[in-house]
Design a binder for this molecule. Structure first.
Ligand code: KG4
Ligand code: ZN
Length: 341
């Protein structure tokens, strides 16, 4: 197959991402605009504001990426876009942009699953894993362990029964009076705290399966916060213990999944994959079983267009023919990854 340049469009939540990936030369350009500052005042993502902002950002981002790649829009061979899961309005902005651009240029448009983008993002790194591998997907909306044999084959081994790991970080951060987005803020506070002074549970660590549950942790933090007025030092200690609890459970179950499938490669993707304590724990736990962990480049841990362009390109390389929608398309705000075809 001749080399292709695939444009990637991401707009599922609060980041607008655009990137151009060349199947021969790699990533030619990528740009992300984050809406964090805009949503900060509300303490979380406001869907309507997110959609409107994606509209404002897409064309300038596309122009920036094309300039960086030293290409024009006529060099693009296909447009891949996030079709779900995510916020319906935000997804529709990226989907209509991608579908109309593709229609105008007479090239295919390819709907991509957002989590497939995350799962494959470590393959964009110079030192990429080989199939098959176990993927630990830890984002704001998902905590899943997956068995991945090739592009398009994702078997769910276990997932969170309630809050996702990122969601638990965000909600606990809110309880401790930290701003949005809570995950990075809580992780930073945890660095100055001592784990162990407060004792939090390690939910489902001995459940014998690969399911997770994180909502009880948030409640335990709330109980501690109600018991007395927390000092700054108390908050840091609670944050540290919370981070220990979440990362211990994630690492234990990820290693169990690798052992069960007799695999030595673990891929970690999604926003929580940026957490340093989680990385330490996973690295040492995998080293103990003779395996290793593969991460995306740090800037590709959170939402971006590069992972969508890459996932789309891998599907095209596999010979997948994009649906001929003639400009008609759907988005799927809810879309389990193991139901991908
Ligand atoms: O993958 P992502 O950018 O968006 C989703 O698709 O959800 O993940 C965002 C999540 C948020 O919950 C955020 O708080 C969390 O990742 N996060 C972190 C860290 N950086 C981002 N959680 C813990 N530690 C971090 N360093
Ligand atoms: Zn994401």
């Amino acid at each position: 197959m001749p080399p292709m340049k695939v444009l990637g469009i991401e707009s599922s939540c609060d980041e607008t991402g655009v990137a151009l990936f060349d199947t021969e030369r790699g990533l030619l350009g990528h740009a992300v605009h984050t809406q964090v500052a805009m949503h900060e005042a509300y303490g979380g993502v406001v869907p309507e504001l997110a959609s409107r902002d994606h509209i404002r950002r897409l064309i300038p981002l596309l122009e920036r990426v094309l300039a960086e790649a030293e290409c024009t829009r006529h060099d693009i061979d296909a447009v891949a876009y996030t079709a779900g899961p995510g916020l319906a309005g935000a997804l529709l902005v990226g989907a209509s942009f991608a579908e109309s651009l593709a229609l105008a240029l007479g090239i295919p448009a390819l709907p991509v699953h957002h989590l497939e983008g995350h799962v494959l993002s470590p393959l964009l790194a110079a030192d990429a894993p080989m199939y098959p591998f176990i993927a630990l997907l830890v984002s704001g909306g998902h905590t899943q362990l997956m068995y991945v044999t090739r592009v398009g084959d994702y078997r769910l081994l276990g997932e969170s029964l309630d809050d996702a790991a990122g969601e638990a970080f965000d909600k606990t951060a809110k309880l401790l009076g930290l701003g949005y987005p809570g995950g990075p803020a809580l992780a930073k506070l945890a660095e100055s705290g001592k784990p162990g002074r407060y004792k939090l549970p390690r939910p489902m660590i001995n459940s014998g399966d690969l399911s997770f549950s994180f909502s009880g942790l948030k409640t335990a933090v709330l109980t501690a916060a109600r018991a007395k007025e927390l000092t700054e030092a108390d908050k840091a200690d609670l944050a540290a213990e919370f981070q220990e609890a979440v990362t211990e459970v994630l690492a234990a179950k990820a290693v169990t999944a690798c052992r069960q499938r007799r695999l030595s490669s673990l891929v970690v993707a999604g926003g929580v994959g940026a957490n340093r304590r989680l990385r330490q724990r996973l690295d040492s736990a995998m080293a103990k079983i003779g395996g290793r962990v593969f991460y995306p480049e740090l800037e590709l841990c959170t939402d971006n267009g590069a992972m969508i362009a890459f996932a789309g390109s891998q599907r095209l390389l596999q010979g997948e023919v994009p649906p001929s929608t003639q400009g008609a398309f759907v988005v799927r705000p809810r879309w389990p990854l193991d139901q991908i075809v």
